[in-house]
Design a protein around this ligand. Structure first.
Ligand code: SF4
Length: 349
């Protein structure tokens, strides 16, 4: 940590007189990686801990999604997906394995790339619509584009998730969490008002950027508010996040998708925490378009990804961590994703 501003902030953080037993959650997988890569967890004052949350889209997607996508691939559809999803194990297989066995599975960088695959191939092309509020507007825009260009062989297998309902589920009842470091990119879409329930619940929260200095200054703000008993939502990423979020992106998202109950790995089914295509866009819904025959298997033994995503354990508490489950041979999704907590702990210590 060479720069002076960061050194000053780091010194203040280390010396902060915090109450022992204070636990904050960093919600977002990108924060988890940035924190561990910069060694920020080592700068926390004695007795203060950071735990990871459910903000890694690959990690929270249930096995069933991969089972469905693999079944569609075997049924002859072209499966398109962000690259991270290809290695994620479903209950019996992964999309990488299906591709090795001859299925047409393609990694794409954006939903519009998937639409281009559909237009060029003329074959039934399914895009795995995975992500949070950050990704959903771009997927909604691709759906609108498919309509506009009359590309009828394009559909979505949706597993989109919404962050605030998951946080509400985490703090329901008694929570040991003292506050949240909130994801900058998601917040750029939904804005500060989406988190008001956390402040009402007595928890300080800070919307943070992803640079080391931005994270350290956000942790200091959290500690100060916690010590002073102040419950506020602070936007500490004002260069990117407008307090009101991005109304236009929310409008595109709302045109195509409606909130629906959704299953999260480790958190179970959370009311209105996912997005489904509205009836007007039902023809783009792969689950309605195809009869998907997905074969599920019993949950894999030993993987504690669900507990990691709830902040209940740190990855090394999983008996498979860095033994049977490693970045080059992952057992669970928290080790597959570049934003997964387990892979961040292995790669950065
Ligand atoms: S180390 Fe692997 S098996 Fe254990 S919780 Fe993480 S992803 Fe699951």
């Amino acid at each position: 940590m060479a720069d002076t501003k960061l050194n000053r902030l780091a010194a203040r953080l280390r010396a902060f007189p915090a109450r022992p037993g204070t636990r904050f959650m960093e919600v977002c997988g990108t924060h988890t990686v940035a924190i561990r890569r910069a060694g920020i967890q080592k700068l926390l004052p004695d007795g203060v801990r950071l735990v990871s949350g459910p903000g890694c889209p690959v990690c929270v997607s249930p096995d069933r999604l991969i089972d469905e996508a693999a079944a569609l691939a075997r049924q002859g559809a072209v499966i398109t997906s962000f690259g991270d999803m290809l290695r994620v194990p479903g209950s019996r297989t992964s999309l990488d394995r299906e591709r090795a066995a001859g299925a047409d599975v393609r990694a794409v960088y954006s939903p519009l790339d998937a639409l281009a695959v559909a237009a060029a191939s003329g074959r039934e092309t399914v895009f795995l619509a995975v992500g949070f509020e950050t990704t959903a507007p771009a997927i909604a825009a691709a759906a609108l584009k498919a309509r506009e260009r009359r590309i009828a062989n394009f559909s979505l297998l949706t597993a989109l998730r919404l962050v605030p309902p998951a946080l509400a589920a985490l703090v329901a009842g008694n929570t040991e969490l003292a506050g949240f470091l909130l994801p900058g990119h998601v917040s750029a879409i939904i804005g500060k008002p989406a988190y008001e329930f956390l402040a009402e619940r007595g928890l300080p929260v800070v919307i943070a950027g992803f640079g080391a200095a931005e994270i350290v200054s956000s942790l200091l703000l959290l500690l100060e508010m916690h010590e002073e008993g102040v419950q506020r939502i602070v936007n500490n990423y004002p260069g990117v996040v407008r307090d009101g979020g991005n109304e236009r992106s929310r409008a595109v998202m709302a045109e195509v998708f409606a909130p629906a109950d959704a299953e999260w790995r480790g958190l179970g089914t959370i009311p209105l925490s996912g997005l489904e295509l509205r009836p007007a866009y039902a023809d783009l819904d792969a689950r309605r378009r195809f009869r998907i025959v997905a074969e599920a298997a019993p949950a894999r033994k030993g993987c504690r990804c669900g507990d990691v995503l709830r902040g209940r354990i740190d990855p090394p508490a999983c008996p498979l961590f860095n033994k049977a489950c490693r970045p080059d041979s992952p057992v669970g999704p928290c080790m597959v994703s570049s934003e997964g907590s387990c892979s961040a702990w292995v790669l950065y210590g």
